[in-house]
Ligand binder design. Structure first.
Ligand SMILES: [Zn+2]
Length: 66
């Protein structure tokens, strides 16, 4: 059941990004506690040394930039 819950959330995120609708889960980490049936959300700041979201000359996507 747990993979189904997380898989559904991931599928919805992809649809939101493709459609450009809603508030994508970018810069945020969603934690799901299946035993307590609770969700928590943590803000994740950019890592300047990260190859994807950090400050550098490499390719970056609009999704990664938020
Ligand atoms: Zn990063």
């Amino acid at each position: 059941m747990l993979p189904g819950v997380i898989g559904l959330l991931q599928a919805v995120e992809v649809i939101k990004i493709i459609l450009g609708k809603g508030r994508p889960l970018v810069g945020r980490l969603l934690l799901y506690d299946a035993l307590g049936t609770t969700f928590r959300e943590l803000k994740i700041p950019r890592d300047p040394s990260c190859a994807l979201c950090g400050v550098h000359d490499g390719a970056q996507t609009s999704v990664a930039r938020g």
